[in-house]
Design a protein. Structure first.
Length: 523
């Protein structure tokens, strides 16, 4: 029975690169071994492509019947058809001190809420066990977890405050004033902030010092996110321009005009491949953040998009007013795609975040917080050494120590982090050419072998003496050539340093104040 042909696109997807070159292999045995290995790799790619033909279902997502649409399913219907563990992850909190901002921890286990009118709450949202709840009695602009769930930062009316998970104030940074947005860079231990006066600041939480702070000259910054791929900050403004910032450079690394109107929202996917932006022109655009040559997709919305987020599996979620829409893919093939899910919440949306490693979308509004179930949005397989939702206290301590030991310096934050592995060929060539100069070359090694004479006509003592005489002569000749080259370089340097406008002070008309006189231009 003849096997069905495999689609070339599927086969290309599972291929592991080009075939190895046999030219560098010397022996026949290793050539045969290399050929056998290539056969095994081709067979593995073919089997993987054949297995994918059988995977017609979309894993984790809801599948609708023939005449139905998943966008018509409500959260109540989804909760009724899932297991009891998943059903408990859908809940609604009615709070009176909004509008609220929200943040999940890196492992997705803990939730932090900050209300504009001073209310702050931190809790384990899975078990519903609260860590702390308080009212700071002043405006709260944004909140952010630090490297662990035992500490968090809160941007209050004037300054940035740090608290532990019991609500005790640890520190107050007065150099960070009137902060609107905060982002924590976990691999660099940096807390990045943007203020209403246009200042960008980076605070190293491991040593408690501000490592960079300067004025972006962009005015009031209220739209900001980080690129997880390279830790670069992306800010948006009223001119429809996205600017990318690094703590080591005072000017933006890149600027991209994404909208002809003021921007309203911005987000980068967890892999650092796509940038999603929203503007007052009621459009949502998706860009390839590695090229930024043009939008990959443009979606038209009924209202201006106010919040955007992208999940670990590429589910795109955005809100227009009090309506949240979710799409299966970040870049859709059709211009007017139908949403995967749509949900109306109780008030205007001020925060939108996918929970890591969970099929949950957190929505913070003016009247509280809502947890929505979005099947297929979260990554089901987690790395326990990277982010463990079930870590113990001992594992947490070990993780903190290892994270500090593996901390990445802020100098490596750039648009292309792999450039650190490259070689500056021009600079290296200049150094090589300079070292080839006679000024930097070591004296040549002289390997002199004296002529063998007949027995009784010479001896080892005479041979060693002759060898030393030749070495001394060659060394003196080399020193003499090096001295000539050095004198020549010094003379060239003196000629460049002397100028035609130099006036000797010994002349009768020359004074010290002549250097302040206006020089006449040659006609």
């Amino acid at each position: 029975m003849r096997k069905p042909e495999i689609d070339k696109k599927l086969l290309k997807k599972h291929l592991r690169g080009e075939h190895a070159d046999e030219k560098g292999v010397k022996t026949k045995f290793f050539k045969e071994k290399l050929k056998r290995k290539e056969v095994y790799l081709e067979y593995a790619a073919e089997q993987a492509a054949r297995a994918e033909i059988l995977k017609n279902e979309e894993e984790g997502f809801i599948e609708a019947d023939q005449d139905e649409s998943t966008a018509d399913y409500t959260q109540k219907e989804i909760v009724q058809n899932v297991d009891i563990t998943a059903a408990t992850k859908h809940f609604n909190l009615s709070l009176d001190f909004g509008p609220y901002r929200l943040r999940y921890t890196k492992n997705g286990r803990h939730l932090l809420l900050g209300g504009r009118r001073g209310h702050i709450a931190a809790f384990d949202w899975v078990t519903k066990r609260i860590h702390c709840e308080m009212n700071v009695m002043e405006e709260v602009a944004d909140v952010s977890w630090l490297h662990l769930e035992t500490m968090f930062a809160c941007a209050q009316k004037n300054w940035v405050y740090f608290y532990d998970n019991q609500g005790t104030e640890i520190h107050c940074i007065k150099r960070m004033s009137r902060v609107n947005r905060m982002e924590f860079l976990p691999y660099h231990f940096l807390l990045a902030t943007a203020s209403s006066e246009g200042f960008l600041s980076w605070l190293d939480v491991s040593i408690g010092e501000i490592v960079a702070q300067y004025n972006s000259k962009a005015g009031d910054i209220r739209i900001m996110c980080q690129n997880p791929y390279n830790a670069v900050l992306c800010t948006g403004g009223s001119k429809g321009v996205v600017s990318m910032w690094s703590p080591t450079v005072r000017e933006p690394l890149a600027k991209v005009l994404v909208h002809s109107t003021p921007m309203t929202a911005i987000a980068v996917d967890p892999k650092g491949m796509h940038l999603a932006t929203g503007g007052l022109d009621r459009s949502l655009k998706v860009w390839d953040i590695r090229k930024l040559s043009g939008p990959l997709a443009v979606y038209k919305c009924g209202m201006a998009v106010n919040e955007i987020d992208i999940s670990q599996k590429g589910v795109l979620a955005f809100s227009t007013g009090n309506i949240c829409e979710m799409y299966k893919q970040t870049v859709m093939e059709s211009e007017n795609p139908s949403p995967y899910l749509r949900e109306r919440v109780n008030d205007y949306v001020y925060g939108l975040r996918f929970c890591p490693y969970e099929d949950v979308l957190g929505v913070s509004t003016g009247k509280g917080f809502t947890s929505l179930l979005v099947p297929g949005s979260g990554e089901p397989n987690f790395d326990g050494l990277e982010a463990n939702p079930f870590q113990t206290k001992k594992q947490r301590r070990e993780h903190e120590v290892h994270a500090l030991l593996e901390k990445i310096p802020m100098d490596l934050i750039s648009l292309e982090p792999n450039e650190i592995r490259g070689v500056d060929v021009e600079t290296l060539q200049d150094k090589v050419n300079a070292k080839k100069s006679i000024l930097f070359v070591k004296p040549p090694r002289i390997d002199f072998k004296s002529r063998r004479k007949m027995k009784g006509k010479g001896g080892s003592a005479n041979a060693a003496k002759n060898k030393q005489i030749v070495k001394d002569a060659k060394r003196k000749e080399f020193i003499k050539d090096a001295k000539k080259a050095r004198d020549k370089v010094f003379e060239q340097h003196k000629e460049k340093s002397t100028t035609e406008d130099f006036i000797p002070l010994e002349s009768s008309n020359a004074t010290v104040l002549d250097r302040f006189k206006v020089k006449k231009k040659n006609k």
